[in-house]
Design a protein. Structure first.
Length: 311
């Protein structure tokens, strides 16, 4: 799963990097190794979806981040419901860490922060997320040994690359330093993420699984990546429908169609718009702080309405 890549100076770069296993004693036939090697290609494809690339660059609109949080809430609700049902199944029980890992309640806090006390009445499960949820329920009820794949894909990623996304979201969306809105990424009951991941991999490797079952788990992990990519693609489409507004609520950028010289905003930037141009005057007015605040509020309301209409 993705993890933070260390820069030469020791700080974390805003990029995702495939997690390397540090235990020299692992065998190529250990499940953790099979999963790492068997999902590399899927991991790379997921990392290079437009949604993830934009997210890593801080190009994430608040409405889109809220919708992503909604998708995560429904996904983890399904996953943790099935994990609870299978907590005594020997094929999954060693990986049952509800206190340390479960994310549903953290996501509920984030949704309450973004949508208010009545958040449950304001959210709905999107089409791509519903397909993901349906697969998790099918696995939990009919092939519980494959829950390992979904748990591995989600939680190990949350403890690795997810910590980079946390910092990017906090910066880009100007979220409180007290971590409201990003509780999903906060694991209060894990003091050392690296040590916990090593424990989790060791538990996976100790599961009593035959070769065929291990191969099916790797296949299911690749399916989990595909479901995630479908959700990313869906969010990317919604993001495009929200328009090209800049992150700071500025004037929308040119959509690339037609003659750029006929766009009043770009004419102004190029110095070709005369002082008597109404749009030029409007742009000047829009640069006033108070007007920008009002415009930003209006744009946020319009963006929210558009997103819910599409979904």
């Amino acid at each position: 799963m993705p993890s933070a890549q260390e820069s030469p100076e020791g700080g974390e770069e805003d990029t995702l990097h495939y997690e390397e296993t540090e235990d020299d004693a692992v065998s190529p036939m250990d499940l953790s190794e099979l999963l790492k090697e068997g999902t590399k290609e899927s991991h790379d494809r997921a990392e290079n979806t437009q949604f993830v690339k934009d997210f890593l660059k801080g190009r994430i609109q608040k409405e889109l981040f809220k919708l992503a949080t909604v998708a995560l809430y429904f996904t983890y609700s399904a996953l943790e419901e099935e994990m609870d049902h299978n907590k005594d199944n020997p094929l999954f029980a060693p990986l049952y860490f509800p206190v340390e890992l479960h994310r549903r309640e953290a996501l509920a806090k984030d949704l309450k922060y973004f949508y208010g006390e009545d958040w449950k009445e304001k959210i709905q499960c999107s089409e791509a997320t519903q397909q993901y949820v349906d697969r998790i329920h099918h696995v939990g009820q009919h092939e519980p040994e494959l829950l390992v794949a979904h748990a591995y894909t989600r939680y190990m990623g949350d403890l690795s690359g997810g910590q980079v996304l946390k910092k990017v979201a906090q910066r880009a969306l100007k979220l409180p330093s007290t971590e409201e809105g990003i509780q999903f990424y906060v694991f209060d009951n894990i003091s050392n993420a690296q040590q916990f991941k090593q424990l989790y991999r060791a538990r996976m490797n100790a599961l009593d699984l035959d070769k065929n079952t291990k191969e099916r788990i790797v296949e299911e992990a690749n399916k989990a990546f595909r479901f995630n990519m479908q959700v990313f693609d869906e969010l990317d489409k919604v993001g495009r429908s929200l328009g090209g507004a800049a992150q700071d609520g500025g004037v929308p950028v040119h959509d690339g169609k037609g003659d750029i010289r006929k766009c009043p905003y770009y004419a102004d930037k190029l110095g070709t718009a005369g002082p008597s141009c109404p749009f030029h005057a409007a742009v000047g007015l829009a640069r006033q702080p108070l007007v920008q605040l009002v415009l930003a509020a209006c744009m946020a309301v319009a963006a929210g309405a558009a997103a819910w209409y599409i979904l």
